[in-house]
Ligand binder design. Structure first.
Ligand SMILES: C[S@@+](CC[C@H](N)C(=O)[O-])C[C@H]1O[C@@H](n2cnc3c(N)ncnc32)[C@H](O)[C@@H]1O
Length: 450
């Protein structure tokens, strides 16, 4: 008993039973993105990073550039195509997309807008100069997707947020407020919402939020479900509540599961779709909610919360608004492609067969399989298998920091330090945003070579 008391007194409560979506976890998460900026995506080995490797890979970016090329082929008389990337984070996807557009010979027709709600991120990406070679094709725009009218341009350009041909949101929907809800087991047919009580170890300082990436892992997060009552609704929450309730009530109330009410992602979706051109697409890639009562509906990465995205609910909204869409998912990510025009994807499906190709056979699937398989091989006996896997990775995601680092690890395993060093130097060169701290790895190899 004494021990327990001691343990709990090592914590101080920083948020006392708040609705999950309005809790300190969400505001700390937003602060972390604002304050930490581009460094939130830094890949020091063993750190608890935001999983942007797959989303930002060249393989993924090239598949979207190819989609755009197909759109261009369908509309040969249209001059420039407006591409908008939301919540760019490290800017690596932008860089890879523009690289791919150049390779596909379409760069002259691309007007690419790099955007985030955090101005510091954009300033940093601009200062790092890795997009300078595409200077004529790039805009920088501060866009808070939940407050889109407050958008402004970083450099003095007259960029209008309309008539957008391709909008990309990688791991963006998961940052918006969402409330986990489930059927009550006390009052049949009624709904309960998740509340959390958050405590932090007393020895952690407030500023550790930015200096210590593991603060969230050290928080004590207690959960409870209480009656979901309309009197506590925020405006945004109230806005989509009928849609949400209709969606929930389609399900069997006896099956224990959680229904994430991602009202933030619904608003974000509407904000983008209404600004698409007639031929335009909004592409969303994110961590999907899995209908399993035992899986938490959110994760923490760095000091951020990633809400598992309720794609099914987003689809209810698209159906209600008569937008057309394609959706596919696996355990790791969901991918949704939306067009404003309901004719686009269905009436002309033969003409638009590239869309099915883009959704079904995307290289991102192979990319993420390869990354997972490569990380599992640790033994010397596996080296030849590893070599084959890395060959495949190099084909679909060439000249990328991750690919070079993996090749360097492979040579290190073979004790071929000279080749390892060659690939580390290539990795350093490819690490445009300085995310990987390759110098530390170089020093380690040099020490082994002595
Ligand atoms: C999980 S990160 C994804 C970064 C990048 N797209 C990727 O795949 O690596 C989410 C990004 O969204 C930005 N963000 C957070 N809230 C936002 C908002 N309300 N509007 C626009 N961007 C936002 C963050 O600054 C961060 O860069």
């Amino acid at each position: 008993m004494g021990k327990l008391k001691n343990k709990s007194s090592n914590y101080k409560v920083i948020d006392d039973w708040k609705d999950f979506d309005k809790s300190k976890l969400m505001s700390l998460s937003a602060d972390y993105y604002s304050e930490k900026g581009i460094d939130a995506f830094s890949r020091v080995k063993s750190s608890n990073i935001i999983p942007s490797e797959t989303s930002c890979s060249y393989a993924h970016a090239e598949s979207l550039a190819l989609l755009l090329k197909n759109q261009m082929d369908m509309n040969p008389n249209k001059g420039v195509f407006k591409v908008l990337e939301l919540g760019v984070g490290s800017g690596l996807f932008s860089y890879n997309f523009l690289r791919a557009a150049e390779k596909l010979g379409i760069i002259d027709k691309v007007n690419y807008c790099v955007s985030d709600f955090n101005e510091n991120i954009l300033v940093k990406i601009k200062d790092l100069e890795f997009l300078d070679q595409f200077e004529n094709n790039v805009n920088f725009q501060v866009i808070d997707l939940l407050n889109i009218d407050s958008s402004y341009s970083l450099i003095n350009t007259d960029y209008k947020l309309d008539d957008l041909d391709l909008v990309v949101g990688n791991y963006l929907m998961d940052v918006f407020p969402a409330l986990p809800v489930k059927f009550s087991n006390r009052n049949i047919g009624e709904l309960d919402k998740l509340q959390v009580k958050v405590s932090q170890p007393k020895n952690l300082l407030d500023e550790d939020l930015y200096s210590n990436d593991k603060l969230f892992k050290n928080l004590k997060i207690e959960e409870r479900y209480v009656t979901y009552d309309s009197k506590d609704f925020s405006d945004l929450e109230a806005n989509y509540i009928d849609l949400f309730q209709n969606y929930v009530r389609k399900h069997d109330s006896r099956v224990p599961r959680i229904y994430p009410y991602g009202y933030g992602s619904l608003k974000a979706l509407e904000n983008v779709v209404s600004r698409l051109s007639n031929e335009g697409f909004f592409y969303v890639m994110d961590v999907p909610y899995r209908e399993n009562a035992n899986i938490k509906p959110y994760d923490t990465y760095g000091n951020t919360v990633a809400n598992h995205v309720n794609f099914d609910l987003m689809i209810c909204l698209l159906e209600q608004n008569n937008n057309s869409f394609r959706y596919t998912r696996n355990d790791y990510y969901g991918r949704l492609l939306v067009a404003r025009n309901d004719k686009l994807l269905f009436d002309f499906s033969e003409k638009y067969s590239f869309i099915d190709e883009f959704m079904a056979n995307n290289p991102i699937n192979l990319y993420s399989d390869l990354i997972r398989a490569i990380s599992m091989i640790k033994t010397k006996e596996g080296v030849s298998v590893l070599g084959t896997l890395i060959d495949s990775l190099e084909k679909i995601s060439p000249n990328e920091t991750t690919t070079h680092l993996i090749r360097a690890d492979y040579h290190t395993m073979k004790k071929d330090y000279s080749n390892a060093l060659t690939f580390l130097n290539l990795a350093k060169d490819a690490d445009k945003a300085g995310m990987y701290k390759v110098n530390t790895e170089i020093s380690k190899i040099k020490a082994l070579m002595k």
